[in-house]
Design a protein around this ligand. Structure first.
Ligand code: MG
Length: 397
């Protein structure tokens, strides 16, 4: 029995389908220019470089005679080419996927069983999520079902949220927030760092007294900054995300006691055991679950269920994914345990052209519909765009 399984009950990962035979496995690296460079306290990126896992298989996992048409399933890895946000990179994930994870995938194992096997490989949640996402997409496509249906959730629309990168001035940030409010976003998150915090937040709060507003520091502060961070209590923020180190839980628990505003942990949460420790220590009152970092959808819903049982809301964080990963995050948010708006924004904020159609757009009231252009993740890469944006391709099987 896995950690917390008894307590989690029905949310413990189902066995789901067997992986089935897979005919071809490809690692595809794509590079998409961003509409605007994106800056956080730790780095600036002007393009999205992503590793994709492509699985090609027959519709029927086995059987006599015809095995049905060929299906193609996708998993997007959220790692960056650099280790400035997380220790995994596009190169390390390709290595871990090709040399350690894929050899553990067997046709007769269920996807839940394969994820259990992956526990033999320590860490590397981004690599694990990539394989899991692709296997779940394939299983859903074989069933002719949407990914959220495979996971057992209905197609509820999900709330939208935008993450505004660091800006040159408070006035520039107010302008960005205004655009987001006019577009209909339910929640606005602002990146902050030392020297770009209180005055920036004050300006936005004065312009939008009732807006659901939060900040994300990506680990730029230390406990010595507690008094300074407490100045943010004046602005009615819904939360302060990851003010202290990416690897810390304990000091966040000390900081939380000194702040009125709820803390949210993001980088510190690599799996359910981190979330359980953080909750037990009182290190946060909200959890940002990035499925692409914690090892996939099955682990994500375990964390969300556990947090809900302990009275904490969870939300789905984004990693500037292409349309493939963006679709997966939307399917995950049909899980009712994802109870507050996440980082899911319109495709057009990030890319002039995405790999897939249709793009994510905001519907009436700022809600986002679950992609439903087909089974599985519900979006389809366009072959011409995929070819043009691909910078490397390697067939593994
Ligand atoms: Mg964050």
């Amino acid at each position: 029995m896995r950690y917390m399984d008894e307590e989690l009950g029905a949310a413990a990962p189902g066995e789901l389908e067997k992986a089935g035979e897979i005919e071809h496995v490809d690692l595809v690296t794509v590079r998409l220019p961003f509409v605007h460079p994106f800056s956080i306290s730790a780095a600036t990126w002007d393009c999205k470089e992503a590793l994709l896992l492509r699985l090609e298989a027959r519709a029927a996992p086995s059987g006599r005679g015809g095995r049905g048409p060929t299906l193609v399933a996708w998993g997007e890895c959220v790692a960056d080419p650099d280790p400035f946000y997380a220790y995994e990179t596009t190169a390390t994930t390709a290595h871990i996927i090709a040399d350690f994870l894929l050899p553990l995938v067997e046709a007769d194992l269920t996807i839940g069983g394969i994820m259990e096997r992956f526990r033999h490989v320590r860490g590397h949640g981004m690599a694990k999520a990539t394989v899991e996402n692709a296997l779940l997409d394939l299983a859903a496509k074989r069933r002719g079902a949407a990914l959220h249906e495979l996971l057992g959730y209905g197609a509820r629309p999900v709330p939208s949220g935008v993450s505004l990168g660091l800006q040159e001035s408070p006035a520039a940030l107010v302008e960005k927030a205004r655009e987001a409010v006019e577009a209909g976003y339910h929640r606005v998150k602002m990146k902050v760092k030392k020297g770009k915090d209180v005055e920036y937040v004050r300006a936005v709060r004065e312009a939008f007294p009732d807006l659901a507003l939060m900040v994300d520091a990506n680990g730029d502060y230390s406990l010595d900054d507690a008094e300074h961070l407490a100045e943010l209590d004046a602005f009615g923020l819904t939360m302060i995300e990851q003010p202290l180190s990416y690897s810390d839980i304990y000091q966040h628990s000390l900081l939380q006691r000194r702040l009125k505003t709820a803390l949210c942990l993001d980088e510190s949460i690599l799996g359910l055991d981190d979330a359980a420790a953080a909750i037990a220590l009182g290190a946060c009152r909200v959890i940002n679950i990035k499925q692409g970092r914690v090892g996939g959808l099955l682990e994500s819903r375990r964390i969300a269920r556990y947090a809900a049982l302990k009275g904490l809301p969870s939300w789905s964080g984004g990693m500037d994914e292409t349309g493939i990963g963006r679709a997966v995050n939307i399917h995950l948010q049909t899980d009712p345990d994802f109870s507050i708006p996440g980082d899911t924004a319109e495709t057009a904020r990030y890319f002039h052209e995405d790999l897939v159609e249709p793009p994510v757009t905001l519907g009436p009231g700022g809600w986002i519909s679950v992609p439903a252009a087909g089974p599985g993740i519900g979006v389809e890469p366009l072959p011409e765009r995929l070819d043009r944006l691909t910078i490397a391709r390697r067939r593994l099987k």
